[in-house]
Write a protein that binds this ligand. Structure first.
Ligand code: SF4
Length: 194
């Protein structure tokens, strides 16, 4: 394989005069990780539409190896929170995050996920980073797909640098408790067959 082929591959390859290359296992593992991100879309509002557009053929997130969207946290390593998160929804988001296996990364997409956006109300979380770790904040209302792709590339740079602490990250344990109690249905549900 010609050396030029590896020129832009961040695997830490070093070429030697005797036609062999050396690298480090850690760098190869990181290269595999950054090239096969499996996102979990946690889309609660309009930013989710831009997230869907990012996966479409026009923007083609597959160019970055991140097209395998999964809806099970057990199969995902990149959580993309797209949209505002209500106080009632935050325990669900925390549960999803905790169910993802290490190593995992988090993108906060859009003003609402990062700060609450224009929804400065008691019902909306004013930034998901108060409750789960966030690696990359993607600005905008909504961010364009190109901006989200820039966020994915930022995650790849973090993985290249192996920024994970040796013991892995832990949730910040600032769980909010729901302020409501689901009640039983007051009237039994009946379905007419006539
Ligand atoms: S940041 Fe803007 S586009 Fe995204 S969820 Fe909030 S209001 Fe919608």
């Amino acid at each position: 394989m010609p050396a030029a082929f590896f020129k832009d591959v961040p695997m830490g390859l070093e070429f030697n005069s005797d036609n062999y290359v050396t690298t480090q296992l850690r760098k190869v593992v990181n290269w595999a990780r950054r090239s096969s991100l499996w996102p979990l879309p946690f889309a609660t509002a309009c930013c989710g539409i831009e997230l869907m557009a990012t996966a479409s053929s026009r923007f083609d997130i597959a160019r970055f190896g991140a097209e395998a969207f999964r809806f099970s946290p057990r199969q995902s390593d990149l959580l993309v929170v797209a949209g505002r998160v209500s106080i009632k929804m935050m325990p669900v988001l925390q549960r999803v995050y905790e169910q993802m296996a290490e190593p995992k990364w988090v993108i906060s997409m859009g003003a609402c996920a990062s700060t609450g956006g224009v929804f400065d109300t008691y019902a909306v979380v004013q930034g998901i980073d108060q409750f789960i770790p966030v690696d990359v904040y993607v600005p905008g209302c909504p961010p364009r797909p190109e901006t989200l792709l820039e966020g994915v590339m930022a995650i790849q740079r973090i993985i290249d640098q192996d920024g994970l602490p040796p013991s892995g990250r832990r949730p910040m344990n600032l769980a909010v408790q729901p302020t409501h109690r689901p009640q039983s249905q007051p009237v039994p549900l009946t379905v007419s067959t006539s």
